[in-house]
Design a protein around this ligand. Structure first.
Ligand code: AP5
Ligand code: ZN
Length: 217
């Protein structure tokens, strides 16, 4: 399957993507995680991306689309993928359609995670991610690590993302409403959108997602 996951910052896209990708045997492709890996490796792309991410703005389309395309062309993504955080504006959505059409492929679904703003603020405020891999995600009260400050998965140090400060989160939410939300209508016009509530326990949300994707047991 080829799936796009959308939802506001802190909705739980990364958390759900980890389970859905495993259940569906497809790779989880997160542009945010790819940028953070570049930042920790201090690449030129990482240096460029960091300045935009820390301000809560989108990284320019040109580099983002090239990075996403490169990842989607890897052998493990040929049978399908779960995109998390891409596309994030109209230009990226059009670029993705063009990429897929050129390969004779199409999306199967766009999964829209709905969460009230006060809940995303709580989820982001308590989020801790692993220094080794930002896809290893915890929450101080909702999903605490067994040992405080230590990643259950790899033993890495847990920290608060630089863009999780109150001001940057406000900016990220504004960018989501103005630039990302409109792509939901773009995909609705293609009949691809399935919307679920992302409230409740992580496994309940996963079960809801599997159900609307037609993959429930
Ligand atoms: P990105 O990393 O994509 O951030 P985001 O979209 O803002 O999403 P988040 O990672 O904040 O949240 P999430 O929905 O994955 O939630 P999570 O699962 O962690 O992008 C960061 C930046 O990179 C952007 O601002 C931009 O600058 C740049 N960028 C990325 N892609 C780009 C693109 N395509 N174009 C241009 N720029 C781009 O969950 C949040 C917390 O809640 C966690 O602590 C988790 O444990 C907890 N939680 C999850 N589910 C539940 C639950 N059901 N109940 C209770 N707690 C829960
Ligand atoms: Zn880890």
């Amino acid at each position: 399957m080829r799936i796009v996951l959308v939802g506001p910052p802190g909705a739980g896209k990364g958390t759900q993507a980890a389970f859905l990708a495993k259940n569906l045997s497809i790779p989880h492709i997160s542009t945010g995680d790819l940028f953070r890996a570049n930042i920790s490796q201090q690449t030129d792309l990482g240096k460029l991306a960091k300045s935009y991410m820390d301000a809560g703005n989108l990284v320019p389309d040109e580099v983002t689309i090239a990075m996403a395309k490169d990842r989607m062309e890897q052998p493990d993504a040929q049978g399908g993928f779960l995109l998390d955080g891409f596309p994030r504006n109209a230009q990226q959505a059009v670029a993705l359609d063009e990429m897929l059409t050129a390969e004779g492929m199409k999306l199967d679904a766009v999964l829209d995670l709905e969460v009230p703003e006060d809940e995303v603020v709580k989820r982001i405020a308590g989020r801790r991610v692993c220094r080794n891999d930002s896809a290893h995600v915890f929450h101080v009260s909702y999903q605490p690590a067994e040992q405080e400050g230590v990643c259950d998965i790899c033993g890495g140090e847990l920290y608060q993302r630089d863009d999780d400060s109150e001001d940057t989160v406000r900016k990220r939410l504004e960018v989501y409403h103005t630039q990302t939300e409109p792509i939901i209508d773009y995909y609705k016009a293609q009949g691809l959108v399935v919307t679920i509530s992302a409230l409740g326990k992580v496994d309940e949300v996963t079960a809801r997602a599997m159900q609307v994707l037609g993959k429930a047991d």
